[in-house]
Each structure stands twice: as C-alpha cells, then as structure tokens.
Design a protein around this ligand. Structure first.
Ligand SMILES: NC(=O)c1ccc[n+]([C@@H]2O[C@H](COP(=O)([O-])OP(=O)(O)OC[C@H]3O[C@@H](n4cnc5c(N)ncnc54)[C@H](O)[C@@H]3O)[C@@H](O)[C@H]2O)c1
Ligand SMILES: CC(C)[C@H](C(=O)O)[C@@H](O)C(=O)O
Length: 322
C-alpha cells in the first residue's frame, strides 16, 4: 500500500525547502503526497491562517511534512502540534564535518515539551499599564515527556529548568521528569537553563540529550543552531502517540525567500526523521548519509559559505543516495 504523507509548505522558504524534501522522499520510496495550505498567504486569501481542512488532514495523517509560516506561525504551527497531540518536539543540533561551526563538537538532542508552559497561552491585558501571562505545567505532560526521554536516552539525560525562580511550575516539571527517570533507573542531571546557555556555548561536548520546558527548548535549540552553523541545519519531529509532524526549526527567512538559495538540509533531515518514524529505517539512514556527504563535499548554499542554489544541493543529495 502506498503511504500517504500530508505536506504543508506554508510561506517564504517553506515553499522552496519542502518541495526539495519531497523530491528526496520521492527518490527513496513510493509515497502519496496530499498537499494542504496554511500561513500568511492563505490568511490573506481566505481570512484564516489554518483552514479546518488542513487541521483535520494533519490530525488524521500518520505523518506530515511542514515548512514554515510567517507572521501567522503561532496560529498555524501551535495548533498543528496540538492536532498531532505531540508531547515532545525532538530537535537534534549537531555539527557536521566540512561545515564551519563555532563549536564543532556539538551533538545535542533537545527534547522539548511541546504543548504547555507559556505556549498554553493565557495572556490578558488587565489595564493600560498591566498585562499578564499564566504559565501552564501539568504533571501528566511532564511525565509523558520523561517517559519518552527515558526510552530515547536510557543512558541518562540533562533536565534544564529554572525551578529556583519558577518554583511551582518548573518545580513541578523538574519533579515529574526526575521522578519518572528515578523510577526507571535512568540517571538525570539538573541544570539551570540560564547557566546551560553559557555552558553549552563554552563546552557543548558535555551535553548529549537535554529535556526542557517548551519556551526553553525553543530558545536553546536556536542557540545551538548558532553553534553548529545556522538554522538551515536543524530538523525537528513533533511526536504524538499516533501521528507526528516534521518541520525544520527555522522560519520563513524573509531575507532570502524567493531567491532559491535556502539551505534545504534542515527540511530534508526532517524528512529523514519522518522516514524513521514510518519505519523506513534504511531509507532514513540513506537520506541522512546523503545530506552529511553533501555538507562535507558541497555544493553548499550561501548560509554555509557556498554559492549553490537549493536545487543544486537537493540534486547532490539525491545523487548521493545509495
Ligand atoms: N515553525 C514556523 O513556522 C516558524 C519558526 C520560526 C519563525 N517563523 C516565522 O518566520 C518569520 C521569520 O522569522 P525569523 O527571521 O526570526 O527566523 P528565520 O528562521 O526565518 O530566519 C532567521 C535567519 O536564519 C536564516 N535562515 C533560516 N533558515 C534558513 C535556511 N533554511 N537556509 C538559509 N538560511 C536560513 C534566515 O535567512 C535569517 O537570516 C517570522 O514571521 C516568524 O514568525 C516561523
Ligand atoms: C513560530 C513559533 C510559534 C515557533 C515556536 O516558538 O515553537 C518557532 O519558534 C519554532 O521554534 O518552531
């Protein structure tokens, strides 16, 4: 049976890097791609950034490949993460041989809580002078994340938090995560997220898997992108119990959108995570290896110091598939 993959390109370079990743998927398997719209352009046309049919298709799909949305990103990607009931956003940040990196020994996977924290979003304007935000942390979501982390990293992981200040919310997060790990005999090491930001810049080699609350995972994974050579290199997987959505960590890159020079690696690596998720392990590995050898030997897009186009890099990756 042909596997169905929902594809949502979104805006900006989403429209360049997603077609690149789809052509790589076409080269390794027999998939049916079902395309849906979301983002700024759709909102301009229809008044809605996330059409109900897109939400329903993503919620029903085994797997979705998403690009990026622009100003409407929060109205698109946050509901879509909820649509797949994603309890974790897996964000690997690693340096690649041949790519200039501030910290070439970086090889970290962030396991980001994916639905709560400040993103659960109870914001209020109470007066001309005062706005508030309620932060949401549940034991159940934190424990679900911890169970995933224990399976993912049975050798142990770091837990980043700021429970010294947010005693109730991050305290609950920390206690839930370390509690599950203790029960399962998995070692954890706590690190305050502000100190982590410094440690990871100076000595990223000491970190392997880092479990963090939602906003911390957002910021710290972008920081790690800076250590390895940029946002064009970081893929991600939003994993739920039954389905999942795969997307690059980057946004629509308005400064280069339309020029055909976006680095497709993050999205193609996200497609490799999608292949792993659907059980196409050999194909996922082949795609990752082809991306790695293209990053090592070129061609490279301008963000990595080269002058190649998105299409040149994609062709090289497809040529490099076994
Ligand atoms: N998941 C999402 O849909 C998502 C995520 C982040 C930002 N956004 C949206 O994207 C828009 C732009 O945000 P931003 O500028 O802060 O972040 P961005 O990730 O779009 O771009 C930041 C910088 O990284 C570069 N960059 C990013 N991806 C690249 C790639 N694949 N190849 C080469 N260079 C790349 C850009 O050119 C830019 O200089 C905003 O409207 C924001 O809301 C969406
Ligand atoms: C655009 C925004 C809603 C999103 C987030 O904060 O999760 C982005 O920064 C990301 O990292 O995917």
């Amino acid at each position: 049976m042909t596997e169905e993959i929902v594809v949502v390109e979104g805006d900006g370079i989403g429209r360049e890097v997603v077609p690149a990743a789809v052509s790589v998927l076409e080269a390794v398997g027999d998939f049916e791609f079902v395309r849906h719209d979301a983002g700024d352009a759709v909102k301009e046309e229809t008044g809605e950034a996330l059409p109900q049919e897109t939400y329903d298709a993503v919620a029903a799909a085994d797997a979705t490949l998403f690009g990026a949305a622009g100003e409407t990103a929060a109205d698109v990607i946050l509901p879509l993460r909820t649509a797949v009931e994603s309890f974790v956003n897996v964000r690997p940040a690693r340096a690649y041989p041949g790519v200039e990196a501030l910290q070439p020994e970086t090889d970290i996977v962030f396991l980001r809580e994916n639905t709560e924290g400040v993103y659960a979003g109870h914001e209020d304007r109470l007066s001309d002078d005062l706005s508030t935000l309620t932060r949401v942390v549940t034991t159940s979501a934190s424990e679900r994340l911890a169970e995933f982390a224990c399976d993912y990293a049975p050798e142990g992981f770091h837990v980043a938090h700021k429970a010294n200040v947010m005693r109730e919310t991050d305290g609950r997060f920390r206690d839930a995560v370390t509690g599950v790990a203790d029960e399962q005999g998995v070692e954890t090491e706590e690190v305050l997220m502000d100190a982590f930001a410094t440690h990871v810049c100076l000595d990223p080699g000491q970190f392997d898997v880092v479990v963090c609350p939602n906003l911390a995972g957002d910021v710290l994974s972008d920081l790690a992108a800076g250590l390895v050579g940029g946002l064009g290199l970081l893929p991600s997987a939003n994993i739920g119990s039954d389905n999942a959505l795969f997307e690059p960590v980057h946004g629509t890159a308005p400064d280069i959108a339309g020029e055909g020079v976006a680095n497709p690696s993050a999205t193609i690596l996200s497609a490799a995570m999608l292949l792993d998720h659907l059980g196409y392990d050999e194909e996922g590995t082949a795609v990752r290896e082809a991306v790695e050898s293209t990053l090592a030997d070129g061609p490279r897009t301008p963000d990595l110091g080269g002058d190649a186009t998105t299409e040149d890099v994609t062709e090289a990756i497809i040529d490099g598939l076994d």
